[in-house]
Design a protein around this ligand. Structure first.
Ligand code: SER
Length: 597
């Protein structure tokens, strides 16, 4: 097989086919915006949608899964602009939910990467890292031994600490374990050194095999998990890059049309000196296009996911200005991004009008203030420097945010370019004073860790099923779920209904849910095809595409829904249900927020 021929589509296809040949079932990709996982704003890795199953819930498709998952990560946003770091990327994953472990996982990685039938990469250019061991968990000699037996020389196996070779938990507690990362020497024209130095950036990390064998407890202990899992993640853009002999991801088909569009827009600007700006624009606007093109799209705002989206767009606009690009440019980049991905993510094409409309609105909004804001920044930065101070005062950063729409991260970046820092603490104080919702507060809310959070959200999840049915019973049999979002503190449920519920109706719904809770009905999980489920009267999500087998959760004889779970064992575990808000969410759609006390 000619390596040059393997591009994005072919790589995804080969990966899935390889793992299907090893007994894996393909999982549908999850939304970029996690539905019931409050620990993250975005799906940052394939593991997020799978947390309940990593903790032991059985998965309807079995114990071996393979997927292609779109991901957004902002942790490394400052590194975007180098050769390989991105905020949006696709991750290929194979999963063992308490089935195979290190030996199969590592051997299959090796086979897929090096066998001529598959990727046919040069084994001489591969290096790996394994966990070095510490007082929490021993050195992973097992993984190193497997690599060595497959043909990786000792000099190409690095032992690294927890900082580098440990994955998870996603919150402060939960499943985690040592991992083994796979690197490829990206230079065609220079032989790799015999000894692997992970600091040498010509070694590109392309795949991570996580051996989830511990649960981190609240006390900080690492207790062996009952169910040992494998979670692997391969970066699509990076693998395409090495397969095609490129030295950075922006030269691959994952970016080429976007870079071309930016070059066209910039016209005569000398882009050689502005490589960083071009890459940031390409990365950020692709990420924004995917967020807006998601099944659970959000729009730019000052909170949560909407704020990250705003930051992506506004930072891209600012860098666009540096290249002399002004009006109406975001939509052109979005077109290029949609062009690359439309066949694999058909929803992006369907939603292209919405995506571009939102980008246009946000761009116009920021264009109204950016010029004045930059002037204002120039003035306060000049004043700070002339006073021989090193820190931009909080009120200046807040003015830039409040009056000119500069995300604080943008002000920090602008300040850094002038050798200044920003009084972020002071800014947050002012922000909290002026806004009801503090983003910091929102972040801290999730500190409990996934397993704790997961218990609370599980209860709210079951309450949501009861509420869904109660609304039909008490208010109107035509009511259907239009959306749901759960965090550890409350459930949020959207449904079709034309008018506000009266106080008395709200009370009746609450009473009905509490009645069902007090019956202590068993919650039962059945497994069947989606057609059979619908035939049996199970509620399903309108327009959802389901795999061939699904779980159906039955709450006694009361309600029945197609759902991945997890749920409590019986309704008595839920406590008291209380509706805290009933409001409009869109035309003809009402929204209820409720808690369990
Ligand atoms: N969770 C691991 C990662 O994201 C492997 O998928 O790197």
């Amino acid at each position: 097989m000619m390596q040059e021929k393997i591009g994005l589509r072919k790589l995804r296809k080969l990966y899935v086919a390889f793992f299907e040949s090893k007994g894996h079932k393909r999982l549908e990709p999850a939304s970029l915006i996690p539905e019931n996982d409050p620990s993250v704003l975005f799906t940052t890795a394939g593991m997020h949608p799978l947390v309940p199953f990593l903790l032991g819930e059985p998965h309807p498709l079995g114990k071996r899964l393979v997927d292609v998952q779109k991901c957004i990560r902002t942790g490394d946003i400052d590194r975007v602009g180098n050769e390989t770091h991105l905020t949006f990327f696709e991750m290929l994953g194979n999963w063992s939910l308490g089935d195979y472990f290190k030996k199969e996982s590592i051997s299959w990685s090796w086979e897929f990467l090096t066998d001529k039938e598959w990727l046919g990469l040069d084994p001489e250019r591969i290096a790996v890292s394994v966990f070095a061991g510490d007082s929490d968990a021993p050195r992973d000699s097992e993984a190193a031994g497997i690599w060595h037996r497959l043909g990786v020389p000792a000099g190409r196996i690095a032992y690294l600490s927890k900082e580098d070779n440990w994955w998870g938990p996603a919150g402060e507690t939960g499943p985690c374990g040592p991992d083994s990362e796979i690197f490829y020497w990206k230079l065609d024209y220079e032989k790799p050194p015999a000894v692997f130095d992970p600091k040498n950036e010509n070694w590109v990390e392309i795949w991570n095999n996580v051996f989830m064998q511990y649960n981190k407890t609240r006390e900080g202990r690492y207790v062996p998990l009952k169910q040992k899992n494998v979670d692997t993640g391969m970066g699509v853009e990076r693998v395409v890059m090495v397969l095609q002999g490129k030295t950075n991801v922006f030269e691959t088909e994952a970016f080429e049309p976007i870079i071309r569009a930016i070059n066209d827009l910039a016209g005569s600007a000398d882009l050689k000196d502005n490589e960083f700006a071009v890459r940031v624009i390409a990365d950020h606007l692709k990420a924004a296009t995917f967020i807006l093109g998601d099944e659970r799209a959000v729009t730019p705002s000052n909170v949560d996911q909407g704020y990250i989206l705003r930051r992506f767009i506004r930072r891209a606009i600012r860098y666009g200005r540096m290249l002399g690009i002004k009006d109406g440019f975001c939509t052109k980049i979005a077109d290029a991004a949609i062009g690359i991905y439309k066949d694999d993510y058909p929803l992006m094409k369907q939603k292209s009008k919405f995506i571009k409309e939102q980008l246009r609105i946000e761009e116009e909004r920021f264009n109204r203030t950016i010029e004045k804001g930059l002037n204002e920044f120039g003035k306060v930065a000049g004043k700070t420097i002339s006073k021989e101070l090193k820190e931009l005062p909080a009120d200046a950063a807040f003015l830039l945010f409040q009056s000119y729409g500069f995300p604080i991260e943008m002000t920090v970046e602008l300040a850094k370019e002038k050798g200044l820092s920003v009084d972020k603490k002071g800014f947050e104080g002012l922000y909290r004073k002026h806004q009801e919702i503090s983003r910091k507060g929102a972040e801290q809310k999730f500190k409990g860790g996934l397993s704790d959070e997961s218990e609370k959200t599980t209860r709210l999840h079951t309450a949501t099923h009861i509420l869904n049915e109660a609304l039909r019973k008490v208010i109107d049999p035509e009511i259907r779920q239009k959306g749901s979002n759960i965090n550890s503190e409350r459930l949020r449920f959207d449904f079709n209904f034309e008018r506000k519920l009266t106080g008395e109706e709200i009370k009746r719904v609450e009473d009905e849910v509490n009645r069902v809770i007090s019956l202590d009905l068993p919650v039962e999980r059945l497994e069947m095809s989606p057609e059979e489920a619908v035939e049996k009267g199970a509620q399903s999500e309108f327009g959802a595409s389901y795999p061939s087998k699904v779980f159906v959760y039955k709450t006694g004889g009361y309600s029945m829904e197609i759902c991945m779970g997890p749920h409590v064992k019986s309704t008595g575990e839920l406590g008291r249900f209380r509706i805290i808000k009933e409001e409009s969410s869109a035309a003809g759609v009402r929204r209820i927020k409720a808690v369990l006390e």
